[in-house]
Design a protein around this ligand. Structure first.
Ligand code: CDP
Ligand code: ZN
Length: 163
């Protein structure tokens, strides 16, 4: 495929919630009375970001790179998966310009943790935290998000060709 200067990507993810004591979100542990269920650490935000950068570079998706049937991925730190996916994106000749993310959760509020999460993501992608957009949205107490049965995240990313 001919390489253009810019590539846009989108990522989405959902995890089931169950009683627990912390939520891993954007590589940060947030004390909470529910936890996300998944084969890895179930970090819904990092999974959406990983899919967005892979999608923008047309390098497949997170499930292809890190199959949940592979024992190596059990309980795996999603920071590692994002980092490995970004290495592939860099090898393909792209870097992240900016990203914008939404976390869909009735609780907890994302706002108090926003700066820490932005810094963590920026560190992995070697970008300025000012280029990491992050916001939370409730489910207005309806649907699986509103009933706190699930948490979702979406991400759009812009990549630019570096050579
Ligand atoms: O007011 P609106 O219906 O647009 O949004 P909301 O879902 O009621 O959330 C209100 C505000 O709470 C959001 O704009 C975020 O600033 C914050 N929020 C958050 O930080 N974390 C969440 N999980 C949900 C909402
Ligand atoms: Zn996931």
């Amino acid at each position: 495929m001919a390489r253009t200067g810019y590539r846009v990507g989108i990522g989405h993810d959902t995890h089931r919630l169950e009683p627990g004591d912390a939520l891993r979100l954007g590589g940060v542990d947030i004390p909470h009375d529910r936890r996300a269920v998944g084969h890895s650490d179930a970090d819904v935000l990092l999974h959406a970001i990983t899919d967005a950068i892979l999608g923008a570079a047309v390098l497949g998706d997170i499930g292809e790179l890190f199959p949940d049937t592979d024992p190596i991925n059990r309980g795996r730190d999603s920071i590692e998966m994002l980092s490995a996916a970004y290495e592939r994106v860099r090898m393909a000749g792209y870097r992240v310009v900016n990203l914008d993310c939404i976390v869909f959760a009735q609780r907890p509020k994302v706002l108090p943790y926003r700066d820490r999460i932005q810094r963590r993501i920026a560190e992995v992608l070697r970008i300025d935290p000012d280029t990491v957009g992050l916001k939370g949205k409730t489910g207005e107490h309806v649907g699986p998000i509103g009933r706190e049965e699930a948490i979702s995240a979406q991400c759009v990313v812009l990549l630019e060709a570096v050579r």
